[in-house]
Design a protein around this ligand. Structure first.
Ligand SMILES: [Zn+2]
Length: 482
């Protein structure tokens, strides 16, 4: 496989420390709020990468952290604690917030067909290891105590800026307006390994340490969690491009100083999802979540399809119109696959192997997912029987995870428009064969007939929230998606 490496700024042949085995680390979410779909773009592309590596024959050990402590509103460890902010916003404890949003994150992942990593480690579960690593960095002279906190001394490194292609906006992260400068730091880019004297006296989570009661900085958790579960040699580190600086830069500084040898040679960064006004963020404009997409009637996998149509290193612009186009194309693809006859012939191995080889090569070329999707259309046009086509589509979908065969089977088995009840009139339903929606449409009709208008309106609103509109027709009702 050839993969672009942001540490060397080149597309390189993918290599691992141990043959056929990949130690892979992914920065996980900070669980103080829902993930927005821009965050989830990174997880989708990392999921495709992991699945491709497995498909190509690698054995993969993938590790991910859950940040439930230590991440401040500025990525350069200044500002307010994100978890505390979330807890105050929702009048809950920090751990309640962490649990709620961890569950919400994995719910989103499930809906988007993102596999759960082999190891998922919340930061609060590994405090003794963090303390040990910070102690090691102090002993080796890479860290210092100032004002009660422990800082990493970036001036001790021959080369601190490892990724020098991040943009000015990311570099300016530590000097944003409204962020007070930390006068304890010896150098501008020094960062906190352990906080004791924090300006937040109400910090909810604190642990004992040789430097006083406190809590870890955000960056140390990833170095430490990876070291524990991936070992001393990491093959591949993934994350959103906004994590390259300062987060990943700091991870490298800590890990290599602590270990005394190079740590991770390959870095995979996924570009931003933008809106028309710029980079998507939680604080700006509409807060786009998977649940919101569902409320508007989109299949979450249509969003996955939308992401796969673009290269992971290119910024992707989200508009509802762009998503509509992707959603339409995704359904059209499902219908095309549904039209294939599973009983048409048996798998032609030579054809299967030829198309598979092409797919492997396409995806192995810096994870070209848009060409990977195109490969499915090529299979649909191939001069071979339907059994071979279905086998190939199922094979490719192990990597793309678009539920193509399942969705096509559902189309194939869907009942035509039918009458679902007969009272004094009929209810006409769509051909989707969705019993849950049909039942609600019926309940609403009966409530209306009984002149229980409040209940009828409530059901109408409930369906509307799911993107379903009831249309009254003579003697019954029908429904459509809006
Ligand atoms: Zn990280």
């Amino acid at each position: 496989m050839y993969l672009y490496n942001s540490a060397t700024h080149k597309k390189e042949e993918f290599k691992t420390h141990t043959p056929n085995h990949v130690e892979m680390y992914t920065c996980g979410p900070t669980v103080y709020h829902f993930a927005h779909i821009g965050n989830l773009r990174s997880y989708i592309m990392e999921d495709v990468l992991e699945k491709y590596l497995r498909y190509a024959g690698y054995d993969v050990n993938r590790v991910m952290n859950i940040t439930d402590v230590g991440h401040l509103t500025s990525d350069a460890d200044e500002g307010e604690d994100k978890m505390l902010k979330g807890a105050r916003r929702e009048h809950k404890t920090v751990m309640e917030i962490a649990q709620y949003y961890t569950d919400a994150f994995f719910d989103d992942c499930r809906k988007l067909n993102i596999k759960t990593p082999d190891v998922v480690q919340p930061a609060t579960g590994l405090i003794p290891e963090f303390v040990q690593m910070v102690s090691g960095l102090l002993e080796k002279g890479y860290a210092y105590l100032a004002g009660g906190n422990v800082y990493f001394d970036t001036s001790k490194l021959p080369r601190y800026y490892v990724f020098n292609d991040h943009d000015e906006e990311d570099l300016a992260v530590g000097v944003r307006e409204g962020v007070e400068e930390d006068t304890n730091k010896r150098n501008k880019n020094d960062f906190v390994l352990w906080f004791t004297k924090s300006k937040f006296e109400d910090q909810a989570l604190k642990w004992d340490s040789p430097w006083g009661v406190g809590y870890p900085g955000w960056h140390i958790e990833c170095s430490c969690i990876s070291l524990k579960y991936n070992g001393e040699y990491l093959d591949l580190h993934c994350g959103g491009v906004d994590n390259a600086f300062p987060h990943h830069t700091n991870e490298i500084a800590q890990s290599e100083s602590y270990l005394g040898h190079p740590w991770c040679p390959q870095w995979f960064h996924v570009a931003h999802l933008n809106t028309n006004d710029g980079k998507m963020s939680k604080s700006k404009g509409e807060f786009l979540t998977v649940s919101l997409l569902q409320e508007k009637g989109y299949d979450p996998l249509a969003y996955r399809y939308f992401c796969l149509q673009s290269h992971y290193r290119k910024a992707l612009v989200f508009t509802w119109e762009n998503l509509d186009n992707a959603a339409g194309a995704y359904v059209k693809l499902q219908k095309k696959i549904a039209a294939l006859d599973p009983n048409d012939g048996t798998v032609d191995q030579a054809v299967f192997d030829a198309y598979k080889a092409k797919f492997v090569q396409t995806m192995g070329n810096d994870l070209n997912t848009s060409m990977g999707v195109t490969a499915i259309f090529d299979v649909l046009k191939a001069k071979t029987n339907d059994a071979t086509k279905l086998a190939l589509i199922g094979d490719f979908d192990q990597v793309l995870s678009l539920n193509l065969l399942e969705a096509a089977a559902a189309f194939r088995n869907a009942k035509p428009a039918q009458v679902i009840a007969q009272h004094d009139g009929v209810y006409i339903v769509t051909g989707e064969g969705n019993p849950a929606i049909d039942a609600l449409v019926m309940q609403r009709y009966e409530a209306k007939k009984a002149k229980n208008f409040a209940e009828a309106d409530r059901i109408r609103d409930e369906l509307k929230a799911q993107g379903i509109e009831i249309v009254d027709v003579k003697g019954g009702a029908t429904w459509k998606r809006i």
